[in-house]
Design a protein around this ligand. Sequence first.
Ligand SMILES: [Zn+2]
Length: 180
Amino acid sequence: MKLSDSISIKPSLNDNQRIKGEYKIDNFEKIVRLIQKDHLNARDFKDSRDWLKEKVRIDLKQEIADLNSDEKKISGSVKIKLYLTCQNCLCIVESNLKIPVSIILCKKSKKVIKGYEIWEIYEEKIKLNDLIEELIIISLPLYFKHERSEDCIVYDYEPESDRTKTLPFANLKNQLNNDE
Ligand SMILES: [Zn+2]
């Protein structure tokens, strides 16, 4: 299935079929923008933009939820490797997200189906691209940090060599010396 293809809440030929595919992060504009924004806070700008090429693997299934109503059950998972800024030490950290998916797409939900989250959409269909993007965005951690605290460098730690370079007073002293 192409990312530009749509999933319809009406019965379709694709029902009961798997939606399986491998895409790249740069296929998802909103996510790219979010991560670029996140990286602005990072202390080390080793951001080589390679993360744009990381894979997004989807393995989903669409099924008719109820023959009498326009509801589509979507289940499966989305896997993605992201590089996010640790909010504790501000380093960019690799993070593997596996997002379990069990949602019901519909225009107006009529009943609750156990274990499924209701997603109301405005139209009869939603682009696969938009669906995946939404799923990833709502799964992003609000406060991301290193999983193991041992890996996390303290926020205000700065190597000695860098410190002398950035000390404001050192610059001031140099300026005074030059003025003499
Ligand atoms: Zn950290």
